[in-house]
Write a protein that binds this ligand. Structure first.
Ligand SMILES: Cc1cc2nc3c(=O)[nH]c(=O)nc-3n(C[C@H](O)[C@H](O)[C@H](O)COP(=O)(O)OP(=O)(O)OC[C@H]3O[C@@H](n4cnc5c(N)ncnc54)[C@H](O)[C@@H]3O)c2cc1C
Length: 355
């Protein structure tokens, strides 16, 4: 039997969408070119917040705020279905100067975000003397574990996963898509939902584009230390350190416009290491375990497309989440499912329309 919905792309957005639709009783198939969750969703840091939220438009921060509010219940439901811990951790984030102190404090006040000015040294004894902004409400999740947990959860809900299969660019027959061609034959469904991350535009070659979505490379380092060396995310001028519960520490990240090139560079490794050692001198004694890059689905102003195609009635996009797709996953899945199923939307969806 053909599924009700075919989801193209098995990253966090595709999996979260599949989970929500399957929870509503829909028959769902996810088709992934590679293996589930091995692209941007694996490569990311898992901070559940925009890095300096006061620098973004409400289209980004409203989406993130509602998603973050839903995260604890969403994670609990994913973990209960899969039996796998995603390591959700409300570890807080410390923003170190220079940053726009007054703008930041006003923004936090207006958005009911808890914030506090602290001496950085009270939190991290190794830090230089400076006032830092402590944001205790910022949480994180461990991406690779979240992917595994989501994979288990959708399988538990009866979602079919097809890996190592590429969907070819989609051709619409007037106002609907009848089928898609893949590297393993033809697939049919009632509705088609593009969750193809940085590759979204390639799939839609003969369609009016969604908001321009293009790959934006991010390089990341992973160190191994003892647990408790760092217990909060710290951020300073584009560089962040993310501790994991077992003592791993991530250092990121670059934002590079280099097309679909996923290589890493020695210059960036050097730059990230220098910045990280300055922030946390203890890290210079730790082992560098890995250096990788991922391709974020870059969109103008970080605003994703969560929408039905303007002319093709059974084509949808949930894509272009750029720097904050892990944060935005639960609400994006809810919004696209509400749209498809005719339910009232959780929030105003105007900013996320197809161009
Ligand atoms: C270095 C880095 C740090 C980050 N840090 C954070 C962070 O701290 N917090 C946060 O919220 N976000 C972060 N992000 C961003 C976040 O990871 C992304 O926004 C999110 O993963 C996007 O998810 P996705 O499912 O849309 O894309 P992807 O995970 O890239 O998934 C898309 C999938 O579609 C598949 N696909 C593409 N084309 C086809 C096709 N034709 N047929 C079949 N399958 C196809 C791909 O193989 C891929 O698996 C970071 C990203 C990077 C790279």
């Amino acid at each position: 039997m053909n599924p009700d919905f075919l989801i193209i792309g098995g990253g966090i957005i595709g999996l979260a969408t599949a989970f929500r639709l399957a929870n509503e009783g829909a028959q769902v198939t996810v088709v992934e070119r590679n293996i589930i969750g091995a692209e941007s969703s694996w490569a990311g840091g898992g901070i559940l917040s925009p890095l300096m939220p006061w620098q973004y438009s409400p289209a980004v921060t409203d989406l993130c705020d509602l998603s973050v509010a839903r995260y604890p219940d969403w994670i609990a439901s994913v973990q209960a279905s899969s039996g796998l811990d995603a390591e959700y951790w409300d570890c807080g984030m410390l923003v170190l100067p220079p940053y726009e102190l007054e703008i930041a404090q006003n923004w936090c006040q207006q958005h009911q975000w808890q914030s506090e000015l602290v001496a950085a040294r009270d939190i991290l004894p190794d830090m230089a003397e400076a006032d830092a902004l402590w944001l205790p409400g910022v949480a994180q999740v461990r991406n690779p574990r979240l992917i595994k947990s989501l994979r288990g959860a959708v399988l538990d809900r009866g979602v079919k996963l097809i890996e190592r299969t590429t969907i070819m660019p989609m051709l619409a027959d007037q106002h609907s898509i009848k089928h898609v061609n893949t590297t393993n034959g033809r697939l049919l469904a009632g509705g088609y939902i593009t969750c193809a991350g940085a590759w979204t535009q390639e799939l839609l070659t003969n369609q009016p584009p969604a908001k321009t979505i293009k790959p934006m490379r991010g390089q990341m380092l992973l160190f191994k230390t003892q647990p408790h060396v760092l217990e909060h995310v710290i951020y300073q001028q584009g560089i962040y350190l993310i501790p994991r519960l077992d003592g791993h520490i991530l250092v990121g990240s670059t934002v590079e416009d280099v097309g679909f090139d996923k290589s890493t560079t020695p210059e960036t490794r050097h730059d990230l290491m220098s910045a990280a050692f300055k922030l946390l001198p203890a890290l210079s004694k730790a082992t560098l375990v890995q250096h990788w890059s991922g391709l974020r689905p870059g969109s103008p102003d970080n605003v994703p497309t969560i929408a039905r195609h303007p002319e093709i009635e059974n084509l949808y996009a949930n894509a272009g989440h750029f720097r904050y797709g892990v944060t935005m996953a639960p609400i994006s899945a809810d919004l696209i499912a509400e749209m498809i199923l005719g339910l009232s939307p959780s929030m105003d969806i105007t900013p996320y329309q197809w161009n």
